[in-house]
Design a protein around this ligand. Structure first.
Ligand code: NAD
Length: 504
Protein backbone atom coordinates (compact mmCIF):
# COMPACT_ATOMS: atom_id res chain seq x y z
CA UNK A 1 0.00 0.00 0.00
CA UNK A 2 2.79 2.36 0.94
CA UNK A 3 4.64 2.01 -2.35
CA UNK A 4 2.66 5.08 -3.49
CA UNK A 5 4.97 7.12 -1.25
CA UNK A 6 7.98 6.06 -3.31
CA UNK A 7 6.15 6.47 -6.61
CA UNK A 8 5.25 10.03 -5.62
CA UNK A 9 8.89 10.79 -4.77
CA UNK A 10 8.42 11.00 -0.99
CA UNK A 11 11.19 9.87 1.35
CA UNK A 12 11.26 9.01 5.03
CA UNK A 13 12.45 12.59 5.64
CA UNK A 14 11.16 15.38 3.40
CA UNK A 15 12.01 19.05 3.11
CA UNK A 16 9.19 21.40 4.12
CA UNK A 17 10.16 24.52 2.16
CA UNK A 18 9.90 24.63 -1.61
CA UNK A 19 10.49 27.57 -3.90
CA UNK A 20 10.17 25.44 -6.99
CA UNK A 21 13.06 23.26 -5.78
CA UNK A 22 13.42 22.05 -2.19
CA UNK A 23 15.23 24.47 0.14
CA UNK A 24 17.86 22.68 2.15
CA UNK A 25 19.75 23.83 5.24
CA UNK A 26 18.47 24.63 8.71
CA UNK A 27 14.95 23.67 9.71
CA UNK A 28 12.59 24.44 12.58
CA UNK A 29 12.33 20.87 13.89
CA UNK A 30 10.23 18.30 12.13
CA UNK A 31 6.81 16.65 12.28
CA UNK A 32 5.60 13.18 11.45
CA UNK A 33 2.89 12.48 8.97
CA UNK A 34 0.73 9.87 10.67
CA UNK A 35 -1.60 7.26 9.16
CA UNK A 36 -4.88 7.66 11.09
CA UNK A 37 -5.87 4.05 10.45
CA UNK A 38 -3.22 2.79 12.91
CA UNK A 39 -1.28 5.90 13.98
CA UNK A 40 1.95 4.62 12.41
CA UNK A 41 4.39 7.09 10.88
CA UNK A 42 4.32 7.51 7.09
CA UNK A 43 7.27 9.88 6.89
CA UNK A 44 8.62 13.02 8.47
CA UNK A 45 8.81 16.59 7.21
CA UNK A 46 11.32 19.25 8.19
CA UNK A 47 9.51 22.42 9.20
CA UNK A 48 10.32 25.63 7.35
CA UNK A 49 12.22 28.38 9.14
CA UNK A 50 11.35 32.07 8.85
CA UNK A 51 14.39 32.51 6.59
CA UNK A 52 13.08 29.83 4.27
CA UNK A 53 9.63 31.45 4.31
CA UNK A 54 11.34 34.70 3.27
CA UNK A 55 13.08 32.90 0.48
CA UNK A 56 9.86 31.32 -0.85
CA UNK A 57 7.89 34.58 -0.77
CA UNK A 58 10.73 36.58 -2.38
CA UNK A 59 10.90 34.02 -5.14
CA UNK A 60 7.09 34.21 -5.63
CA UNK A 61 7.25 38.03 -5.71
CA UNK A 62 10.06 37.90 -8.29
CA UNK A 63 8.20 35.37 -10.43
CA UNK A 64 5.00 37.44 -10.27
CA UNK A 65 6.64 40.29 -12.20
CA UNK A 66 7.15 38.00 -15.19
CA UNK A 67 4.19 35.64 -14.82
CA UNK A 68 1.67 38.52 -14.87
CA UNK A 69 2.97 39.57 -18.29
CA UNK A 70 2.49 36.14 -19.87
CA UNK A 71 -0.84 36.27 -21.75
CA UNK A 72 -3.60 34.61 -19.74
CA UNK A 73 -4.34 31.92 -22.39
CA UNK A 74 -0.64 30.93 -22.25
CA UNK A 75 -0.90 30.65 -18.48
CA UNK A 76 -4.02 28.57 -19.11
CA UNK A 77 -2.06 26.24 -21.35
CA UNK A 78 0.39 25.53 -18.51
CA UNK A 79 -2.52 24.92 -16.14
CA UNK A 80 -3.96 22.52 -18.73
CA UNK A 81 -0.75 20.52 -18.53
CA UNK A 82 -0.99 20.51 -14.74
CA UNK A 83 -4.49 19.05 -15.02
CA UNK A 84 -3.05 16.29 -17.20
CA UNK A 85 -0.22 15.65 -14.74
CA UNK A 86 -2.76 15.32 -11.92
CA UNK A 87 -4.80 12.95 -14.11
CA UNK A 88 -1.74 10.77 -14.62
CA UNK A 89 -1.17 10.66 -10.83
CA UNK A 90 -4.81 10.50 -9.71
CA UNK A 91 -4.75 6.95 -8.40
CA UNK A 92 -1.53 7.41 -6.43
CA UNK A 93 -2.41 10.83 -5.07
CA UNK A 94 -5.86 9.58 -4.04
CA UNK A 95 -4.27 6.61 -2.28
CA UNK A 96 -1.82 8.92 -0.51
CA UNK A 97 -4.80 10.90 0.83
CA UNK A 98 -6.34 7.67 2.06
CA UNK A 99 -3.13 6.91 3.92
CA UNK A 100 -2.55 10.40 5.29
CA UNK A 101 -6.06 11.65 6.15
CA UNK A 102 -8.10 8.43 6.09
CA UNK A 103 -10.42 9.14 3.14
CA UNK A 104 -11.88 6.01 1.60
CA UNK A 105 -10.46 5.17 -1.82
CA UNK A 106 -13.35 6.63 -3.83
CA UNK A 107 -13.26 9.89 -1.90
CA UNK A 108 -9.48 10.26 -2.11
CA UNK A 109 -9.62 9.89 -5.86
CA UNK A 110 -12.75 12.03 -6.04
CA UNK A 111 -10.84 14.84 -4.40
CA UNK A 112 -8.03 14.65 -6.95
CA UNK A 113 -10.70 14.63 -9.65
CA UNK A 114 -11.93 17.94 -8.22
CA UNK A 115 -8.45 19.37 -8.73
CA UNK A 116 -8.44 18.11 -12.31
CA UNK A 117 -11.88 19.64 -12.86
CA UNK A 118 -10.81 23.02 -11.53
CA UNK A 119 -7.73 22.92 -13.77
CA UNK A 120 -10.00 22.31 -16.78
CA UNK A 121 -12.31 25.08 -15.64
CA UNK A 122 -9.35 27.46 -15.26
CA UNK A 123 -8.10 26.74 -18.77
CA UNK A 124 -11.41 28.02 -20.19
CA UNK A 125 -11.42 30.88 -17.72
CA UNK A 126 -8.03 32.02 -19.00
CA UNK A 127 -9.84 33.26 -22.11
CA UNK A 128 -12.76 34.77 -20.20
CA UNK A 129 -11.39 37.24 -17.66
CA UNK A 130 -13.93 39.76 -18.85
CA UNK A 131 -14.38 43.33 -17.70
CA UNK A 132 -17.44 45.46 -18.42
CA UNK A 133 -17.55 48.51 -20.64
CA UNK A 134 -19.83 51.42 -19.73
CA UNK A 135 -21.31 54.37 -21.54
CA UNK A 136 -19.66 57.56 -20.38
CA UNK A 137 -21.86 60.58 -19.68
CA UNK A 138 -19.15 62.72 -21.32
CA UNK A 139 -18.90 63.15 -25.09
CA UNK A 140 -16.04 61.34 -26.84
CA UNK A 141 -15.11 59.44 -23.72
CA UNK A 142 -14.81 55.73 -23.32
CA UNK A 143 -15.12 53.99 -19.97
CA UNK A 144 -14.43 50.39 -19.13
CA UNK A 145 -13.00 48.22 -16.41
CA UNK A 146 -10.24 45.71 -16.56
CA UNK A 147 -8.93 43.10 -14.17
CA UNK A 148 -5.27 42.96 -13.19
CA UNK A 149 -3.46 40.22 -11.25
CA UNK A 150 -3.14 40.87 -7.52
CA UNK A 151 0.35 39.56 -6.69
CA UNK A 152 1.42 36.75 -4.38
CA UNK A 153 -1.59 34.89 -3.00
CA UNK A 154 -1.18 33.08 0.33
CA UNK A 155 -3.17 29.87 0.55
CA UNK A 156 -3.78 28.23 3.95
CA UNK A 157 -5.50 24.85 3.75
CA UNK A 158 -7.32 22.54 6.16
CA UNK A 159 -6.40 18.88 6.64
CA UNK A 160 -9.62 17.46 5.27
CA UNK A 161 -9.19 18.59 1.65
CA UNK A 162 -5.41 18.48 1.41
CA UNK A 163 -5.27 18.62 -2.38
CA UNK A 164 -8.42 20.16 -3.89
CA UNK A 165 -8.69 23.26 -1.73
CA UNK A 166 -5.20 24.29 -2.81
CA UNK A 167 -6.09 23.56 -6.43
CA UNK A 168 -9.32 25.60 -6.22
CA UNK A 169 -7.19 28.58 -5.27
CA UNK A 170 -3.97 27.92 -7.13
CA UNK A 171 -5.30 27.00 -10.57
CA UNK A 172 -7.56 30.04 -10.71
CA UNK A 173 -4.94 32.36 -9.20
CA UNK A 174 -2.40 31.10 -11.76
CA UNK A 175 -4.54 31.89 -14.81
CA UNK A 176 -5.37 35.25 -13.24
CA UNK A 177 -1.62 36.02 -13.28
CA UNK A 178 -0.89 35.63 -9.56
CA UNK A 179 1.78 33.50 -7.96
CA UNK A 180 0.90 31.34 -4.96
CA UNK A 181 2.54 30.41 -1.66
CA UNK A 182 0.87 27.46 0.04
CA UNK A 183 0.86 26.80 3.77
CA UNK A 184 -0.87 23.43 4.21
CA UNK A 185 -2.12 21.76 7.38
CA UNK A 186 0.56 20.02 9.42
CA UNK A 187 -1.78 17.01 9.46
CA UNK A 188 -1.41 16.45 5.70
CA UNK A 189 2.09 17.57 4.69
CA UNK A 190 2.94 14.66 2.38
CA UNK A 191 -0.09 15.22 0.15
CA UNK A 192 0.99 18.85 -0.14
CA UNK A 193 4.57 17.95 -1.11
CA UNK A 194 3.46 15.35 -3.67
CA UNK A 195 0.93 17.77 -5.20
CA UNK A 196 3.48 20.57 -5.31
CA UNK A 197 6.08 18.38 -6.99
CA UNK A 198 3.66 17.21 -9.70
CA UNK A 199 2.62 20.77 -10.61
CA UNK A 200 6.13 22.17 -10.21
CA UNK A 201 7.47 19.64 -12.72
CA UNK A 202 5.04 21.07 -15.29
CA UNK A 203 6.06 24.65 -14.50
CA UNK A 204 9.72 23.74 -14.80
CA UNK A 205 9.19 22.00 -18.13
CA UNK A 206 7.70 25.27 -19.35
CA UNK A 207 10.64 27.29 -18.02
CA UNK A 208 8.94 28.70 -14.91
CA UNK A 209 10.13 28.78 -11.33
CA UNK A 210 8.58 30.42 -8.28
CA UNK A 211 5.01 30.54 -9.58
CA UNK A 212 4.04 28.03 -6.90
CA UNK A 213 5.83 27.87 -3.54
CA UNK A 214 5.22 25.68 -0.51
CA UNK A 215 6.03 26.31 3.16
CA UNK A 216 5.24 23.67 5.71
CA UNK A 217 5.80 25.30 9.06
CA UNK A 218 4.37 26.25 12.41
CA UNK A 219 1.32 28.51 12.67
CA UNK A 220 3.10 30.69 15.21
CA UNK A 221 6.05 31.36 12.90
CA UNK A 222 5.47 30.99 9.15
CA UNK A 223 1.66 31.12 9.55
CA UNK A 224 1.76 34.43 11.39
CA UNK A 225 4.45 35.75 9.02
CA UNK A 226 2.13 35.12 6.08
CA UNK A 227 -0.78 36.95 7.73
CA UNK A 228 1.39 40.00 8.42
CA UNK A 229 3.28 40.03 5.13
CA UNK A 230 2.51 43.17 3.07
CA UNK A 231 3.81 41.40 -0.05
CA UNK A 232 0.75 39.12 0.13
CA UNK A 233 -2.34 41.12 -0.88
CA UNK A 234 -4.72 38.16 -0.51
CA UNK A 235 -4.76 35.37 2.07
CA UNK A 236 -7.20 32.61 1.23
CA UNK A 237 -7.73 30.54 4.37
CA UNK A 238 -9.74 27.36 4.78
CA UNK A 239 -10.27 25.92 8.23
CA UNK A 240 -12.08 26.40 11.50
CA UNK A 241 -14.02 29.51 12.42
CA UNK A 242 -11.58 30.04 15.30
CA UNK A 243 -8.68 30.20 12.84
CA UNK A 244 -10.63 32.41 10.39
CA UNK A 245 -11.56 34.94 13.05
CA UNK A 246 -7.85 35.40 13.82
CA UNK A 247 -6.69 35.40 10.18
CA UNK A 248 -9.41 37.87 9.15
CA UNK A 249 -8.58 40.38 11.86
CA UNK A 250 -4.78 40.23 11.45
CA UNK A 251 -4.85 40.57 7.65
CA UNK A 252 -7.43 43.39 7.89
CA UNK A 253 -5.03 45.37 10.12
CA UNK A 254 -2.76 45.82 7.13
CA UNK A 255 -5.70 46.29 4.71
CA UNK A 256 -4.96 42.96 3.07
CA UNK A 257 -7.81 40.92 1.65
CA UNK A 258 -8.99 37.57 2.93
CA UNK A 259 -11.05 34.83 1.39
CA UNK A 260 -12.37 32.80 4.30
CA UNK A 261 -13.83 29.29 3.97
CA UNK A 262 -14.68 28.19 7.49
CA UNK A 263 -16.82 25.78 9.47
CA UNK A 264 -20.34 24.63 8.65
CA UNK A 265 -23.30 23.23 10.60
CA UNK A 266 -25.37 22.01 7.72
CA UNK A 267 -28.96 20.83 7.89
CA UNK A 268 -31.29 18.78 5.71
CA UNK A 269 -35.03 19.39 5.94
CA UNK A 270 -37.29 16.49 4.99
CA UNK A 271 -40.88 17.38 4.13
CA UNK A 272 -43.78 14.89 4.34
CA UNK A 273 -44.01 14.70 0.51
CA UNK A 274 -40.31 13.83 0.06
CA UNK A 275 -39.09 10.80 -1.86
CA UNK A 276 -37.69 8.95 1.14
CA UNK A 277 -35.49 6.67 -0.98
CA UNK A 278 -33.60 9.73 -2.19
CA UNK A 279 -33.61 11.28 1.27
CA UNK A 280 -32.13 8.21 2.98
CA UNK A 281 -29.24 8.08 0.51
CA UNK A 282 -28.62 11.82 0.56
CA UNK A 283 -28.66 12.02 4.36
CA UNK A 284 -26.44 8.96 4.79
CA UNK A 285 -23.75 10.14 2.37
CA UNK A 286 -23.95 13.68 3.78
CA UNK A 287 -23.59 12.63 7.41
CA UNK A 288 -21.33 9.60 7.20
CA UNK A 289 -19.15 10.37 4.14
CA UNK A 290 -15.53 11.28 4.95
CA UNK A 291 -16.40 10.11 8.49
CA UNK A 292 -18.21 13.40 9.04
CA UNK A 293 -15.08 15.44 8.34
CA UNK A 294 -16.32 17.65 5.52
CA UNK A 295 -17.17 21.30 5.96
CA UNK A 296 -20.44 20.41 4.18
CA UNK A 297 -21.20 17.31 6.29
CA UNK A 298 -24.87 17.00 7.26
CA UNK A 299 -24.90 17.58 11.00
CA UNK A 300 -28.59 18.26 11.62
CA UNK A 301 -31.65 16.51 10.22
CA UNK A 302 -34.95 18.36 10.50
CA UNK A 303 -37.73 15.91 9.81
CA UNK A 304 -41.44 16.64 9.70
CA UNK A 305 -43.10 14.98 12.69
CA UNK A 306 -45.59 13.15 10.40
CA UNK A 307 -42.86 11.10 8.72
CA UNK A 308 -40.25 10.87 11.48
CA UNK A 309 -41.56 7.45 12.51
CA UNK A 310 -40.86 6.10 9.04
CA UNK A 311 -37.65 7.94 8.11
CA UNK A 312 -35.63 7.71 11.31
CA UNK A 313 -35.73 3.87 11.64
CA UNK A 314 -34.66 3.61 7.99
CA UNK A 315 -31.68 5.84 8.73
CA UNK A 316 -30.77 3.83 11.81
CA UNK A 317 -30.83 0.68 9.65
CA UNK A 318 -28.66 2.35 6.97
CA UNK A 319 -26.18 3.52 9.62
CA UNK A 320 -25.83 -0.03 10.92
CA UNK A 321 -24.90 -1.18 7.42
CA UNK A 322 -22.13 1.38 6.91
CA UNK A 323 -18.96 -0.66 6.92
CA UNK A 324 -16.20 0.83 9.06
CA UNK A 325 -12.72 -0.18 7.99
CA UNK A 326 -9.39 0.63 6.47
CA UNK A 327 -9.89 3.40 3.90
CA UNK A 328 -8.21 1.43 1.12
CA UNK A 329 -10.12 -1.82 1.81
CA UNK A 330 -12.80 -2.74 -0.72
CA UNK A 331 -16.28 -2.05 0.63
CA UNK A 332 -15.27 0.41 3.36
CA UNK A 333 -17.65 3.35 3.71
CA UNK A 334 -16.31 4.89 6.91
CA UNK A 335 -12.61 5.41 7.56
CA UNK A 336 -10.90 6.80 10.65
CA UNK A 337 -10.98 10.31 12.10
CA UNK A 338 -7.80 12.31 11.59
CA UNK A 339 -6.30 11.88 15.08
CA UNK A 340 -6.84 11.08 18.75
CA UNK A 341 -7.97 14.66 19.47
CA UNK A 342 -10.77 14.25 16.92
CA UNK A 343 -11.89 11.06 18.68
CA UNK A 344 -11.88 12.92 22.00
CA UNK A 345 -14.02 15.72 20.45
CA UNK A 346 -16.46 13.09 19.17
CA UNK A 347 -16.74 11.48 22.62
CA UNK A 348 -17.10 14.86 24.27
CA UNK A 349 -19.89 15.93 21.89
CA UNK A 350 -21.79 12.66 22.41
CA UNK A 351 -21.51 13.01 26.20
CA UNK A 352 -22.61 16.66 26.02
CA UNK A 353 -25.58 15.78 23.81
CA UNK A 354 -26.74 13.13 26.27
CA UNK A 355 -26.24 15.51 29.20
CA UNK A 356 -28.33 18.11 27.37
CA UNK A 357 -31.24 15.70 26.88
CA UNK A 358 -30.30 13.89 23.65
CA UNK A 359 -30.95 10.19 23.07
CA UNK A 360 -28.46 8.03 21.14
CA UNK A 361 -30.33 6.06 18.48
CA UNK A 362 -27.30 4.34 16.96
CA UNK A 363 -23.51 4.53 17.41
CA UNK A 364 -22.02 6.81 20.03
CA UNK A 365 -18.78 4.97 20.79
CA UNK A 366 -15.23 4.75 19.56
CA UNK A 367 -14.40 1.52 17.77
CA UNK A 368 -12.13 -0.86 19.64
CA UNK A 369 -9.36 -1.32 17.08
CA UNK A 370 -6.06 0.45 16.40
CA UNK A 371 -6.40 3.91 14.83
CA UNK A 372 -8.97 6.65 15.30
CA UNK A 373 -12.25 4.96 14.38
CA UNK A 374 -15.65 5.97 15.75
CA UNK A 375 -19.18 4.74 15.09
CA UNK A 376 -21.40 6.88 12.86
CA UNK A 377 -23.95 8.21 15.30
CA UNK A 378 -27.53 9.47 15.30
CA UNK A 379 -28.81 11.39 18.30
CA UNK A 380 -32.41 12.44 18.83
CA UNK A 381 -32.10 16.08 19.84
CA UNK A 382 -33.96 19.35 20.14
CA UNK A 383 -32.94 22.70 18.67
CA UNK A 384 -32.38 24.24 22.09
CA UNK A 385 -29.40 21.96 22.81
CA UNK A 386 -26.18 24.00 22.77
CA UNK A 387 -24.15 21.13 21.28
CA UNK A 388 -26.30 21.24 18.11
CA UNK A 389 -25.11 24.76 17.41
CA UNK A 390 -21.44 23.70 17.24
CA UNK A 391 -19.51 22.00 14.47
CA UNK A 392 -18.03 18.74 15.78
CA UNK A 393 -15.82 17.31 13.04
CA UNK A 394 -17.11 13.74 13.34
CA UNK A 395 -20.02 11.60 12.05
CA UNK A 396 -22.75 12.73 14.44
CA UNK A 397 -26.23 13.53 13.12
CA UNK A 398 -28.67 15.35 15.40
CA UNK A 399 -32.28 14.58 14.48
CA UNK A 400 -35.00 17.07 15.33
CA UNK A 401 -38.71 17.08 14.53
CA UNK A 402 -40.82 20.01 13.36
CA UNK A 403 -44.43 20.74 12.40
CA UNK A 404 -44.31 23.46 9.71
CA UNK A 405 -41.81 24.30 6.96
CA UNK A 406 -41.36 27.79 8.36
CA UNK A 407 -40.43 26.31 11.73
CA UNK A 408 -37.87 24.04 10.01
CA UNK A 409 -36.31 26.93 8.09
CA UNK A 410 -36.10 28.98 11.29
CA UNK A 411 -34.37 26.12 13.14
CA UNK A 412 -32.01 25.58 10.22
CA UNK A 413 -30.98 29.24 10.09
CA UNK A 414 -30.70 29.66 13.84
CA UNK A 415 -27.02 28.65 14.10
CA UNK A 416 -23.88 30.77 13.79
CA UNK A 417 -22.68 28.99 10.62
CA UNK A 418 -24.13 29.33 7.10
CA UNK A 419 -22.46 26.99 4.64
CA UNK A 420 -24.71 24.32 3.09
CA UNK A 421 -28.36 23.30 3.34
CA UNK A 422 -30.89 21.05 1.60
CA UNK A 423 -34.56 20.25 1.43
CA UNK A 424 -36.09 16.98 0.28
CA UNK A 425 -39.57 17.60 -1.10
CA UNK A 426 -41.68 16.90 -4.17
CA UNK A 427 -43.59 20.14 -3.64
CA UNK A 428 -42.62 22.95 -5.98
CA UNK A 429 -43.99 25.46 -3.48
CA UNK A 430 -41.95 24.10 -0.56
CA UNK A 431 -38.78 24.00 -2.68
CA UNK A 432 -39.24 27.60 -3.83
CA UNK A 433 -40.03 28.74 -0.27
CA UNK A 434 -36.75 27.17 0.86
CA UNK A 435 -34.84 28.93 -1.94
CA UNK A 436 -36.59 32.30 -1.52
CA UNK A 437 -35.27 35.40 0.28
CA UNK A 438 -37.13 34.10 3.34
CA UNK A 439 -35.62 30.62 3.00
CA UNK A 440 -32.19 29.18 3.67
CA UNK A 441 -29.56 31.73 4.73
CA UNK A 442 -26.65 29.54 3.56
CA UNK A 443 -24.19 29.99 0.70
CA UNK A 444 -25.38 26.66 -0.72
CA UNK A 445 -29.04 25.57 -0.83
CA UNK A 446 -30.01 22.33 -2.58
CA UNK A 447 -33.24 20.54 -3.44
CA UNK A 448 -33.42 16.75 -3.40
CA UNK A 449 -29.69 16.29 -3.01
CA UNK A 450 -27.67 16.36 0.21
CA UNK A 451 -25.52 19.10 1.68
CA UNK A 452 -22.13 17.76 0.57
CA UNK A 453 -20.50 17.04 -2.76
CA UNK A 454 -20.46 20.44 -4.45
CA UNK A 455 -19.48 20.73 -8.12
CA UNK A 456 -16.62 23.05 -9.03
CA UNK A 457 -18.71 25.03 -11.55
CA UNK A 458 -20.62 26.92 -8.85
CA UNK A 459 -19.21 29.46 -6.42
CA UNK A 460 -18.46 27.64 -3.17
CA UNK A 461 -18.66 29.18 0.29
CA UNK A 462 -20.95 30.27 3.07
CA UNK A 463 -22.31 33.11 5.15
CA UNK A 464 -22.08 34.21 8.78
CA UNK A 465 -19.31 32.41 10.70
CA UNK A 466 -18.49 30.37 7.58
CA UNK A 467 -16.65 33.51 6.55
CA UNK A 468 -18.40 34.87 3.44
CA UNK A 469 -15.72 33.78 0.93
CA UNK A 470 -16.47 32.28 -2.47
CA UNK A 471 -14.07 29.95 -4.25
CA UNK A 472 -14.03 27.69 -7.25
CA UNK A 473 -16.46 28.35 -10.15
CA UNK A 474 -18.82 31.08 -11.34
CA UNK A 475 -17.13 34.49 -11.00
CA UNK A 476 -15.05 33.61 -7.91
CA UNK A 477 -11.95 34.45 -9.96
CA UNK A 478 -12.62 38.12 -9.27
CA UNK A 479 -11.33 37.62 -5.71
CA UNK A 480 -7.87 36.89 -7.17
CA UNK A 481 -7.66 40.08 -9.25
CA UNK A 482 -7.88 43.82 -8.74
CA UNK A 483 -10.42 45.84 -10.66
CA UNK A 484 -9.40 49.00 -12.45
CA UNK A 485 -11.81 51.51 -13.99
CA UNK A 486 -10.40 53.33 -17.02
CA UNK A 487 -11.82 56.47 -18.62
CA UNK A 488 -10.30 57.64 -21.92
CA UNK A 489 -10.94 61.03 -23.50
CA UNK A 490 -10.54 61.00 -27.28
CA UNK A 491 -12.02 64.49 -27.83
CA UNK A 492 -10.55 67.99 -27.84
CA UNK A 493 -12.48 69.20 -24.84
CA UNK A 494 -12.21 68.40 -21.12
CA UNK A 495 -15.83 68.11 -19.88
CA UNK A 496 -16.34 67.36 -16.19
CA UNK A 497 -18.67 64.69 -14.88
CA UNK A 498 -21.91 65.80 -13.18
CA UNK A 499 -21.91 68.91 -15.42
CA UNK A 500 -19.39 70.75 -13.24
CA UNK A 501 -17.70 73.69 -14.96
CA UNK A 502 -14.20 74.61 -13.97
CA UNK A 503 -12.64 77.15 -16.30
CA UNK A 504 -9.12 78.46 -15.89
P1 NAD B 1 -7.78 24.46 11.44
O1 NAD B 1 -8.48 25.74 11.62
O2 NAD B 1 -7.26 23.77 12.65
O3 NAD B 1 -6.52 24.66 10.46
C1 NAD B 1 -6.70 25.12 9.15
C2 NAD B 1 -5.40 25.73 8.65
O4 NAD B 1 -5.18 26.96 9.34
C3 NAD B 1 -4.16 24.87 8.90
O5 NAD B 1 -3.30 24.95 7.78
C4 NAD B 1 -3.53 25.54 10.09
O6 NAD B 1 -2.15 25.29 10.18
C5 NAD B 1 -3.83 27.00 9.75
N1 NAD B 1 -3.67 27.96 10.85
C6 NAD B 1 -4.14 27.86 12.11
N2 NAD B 1 -3.74 28.95 12.82
C7 NAD B 1 -3.03 29.74 11.99
C8 NAD B 1 -2.35 31.00 12.14
N3 NAD B 1 -2.31 31.64 13.30
N4 NAD B 1 -1.73 31.51 11.07
C9 NAD B 1 -1.74 30.87 9.88
N5 NAD B 1 -2.35 29.68 9.69
C10 NAD B 1 -2.99 29.12 10.73
O7 NAD B 1 -8.77 23.49 10.62
P2 NAD B 1 -8.64 21.94 10.29
O8 NAD B 1 -8.88 21.15 11.52
O9 NAD B 1 -7.41 21.68 9.51
O10 NAD B 1 -9.87 21.73 9.28
C11 NAD B 1 -11.19 21.53 9.71
C12 NAD B 1 -11.98 22.83 9.63
O11 NAD B 1 -11.91 23.38 8.31
C13 NAD B 1 -13.47 22.61 9.87
O12 NAD B 1 -13.95 23.66 10.67
C14 NAD B 1 -14.07 22.66 8.47
O13 NAD B 1 -15.43 23.00 8.45
C15 NAD B 1 -13.21 23.70 7.84
N6 NAD B 1 -13.25 23.59 6.37
C16 NAD B 1 -13.96 24.53 5.69
C17 NAD B 1 -14.08 24.43 4.31
C18 NAD B 1 -14.88 25.44 3.55
O14 NAD B 1 -14.68 25.53 2.35
N7 NAD B 1 -15.77 26.18 4.15
C19 NAD B 1 -13.43 23.40 3.62
C20 NAD B 1 -12.69 22.47 4.35
C21 NAD B 1 -12.61 22.59 5.74
Amino acid sequence: MRDVLTRLGLGTTNPGAWAGHALSGAHDGSIDSVDPSDNSVLGSVQLATLDQYENVVSEAARAFKEWRMLPAPHRGEIVRQMGDALRANKVDLGALESLEVGKIRAEGQGEVQESIDIADFSVGLSRQLYGLSMHSERARHRMYEQWHPLGVVGVITAFNFPNAVWAWNAMIAAVCGDTVVWKPSLKAPLTAIATHKICQAVLEKNGWNGVFGLVIGRDATVGEAMLRDPRIPLVSATGSTRMGRHVGSVVAQRFGRTLLELGGNNAIIVEPDADLNLAVRGITFGAVGTAGQRCTTTRRLLVNRRIAGELVPRLVAAWKQCRIGHPLEEGTLVGPLIDADAVASFEHAVAEAVAQGGEILVGGRRVQRPGNYVEPTIIRANPGMAVCREETFAPILYVMEYDTLQEAIDIQNDVPQGLSSSIFTDSFRSAETFLSHAGSDCGIANVNIGTSGAEIGGAFGGEKETGGGRESGSDSWKAYMRRQTNTLNWGTDLPMAQGITFTV
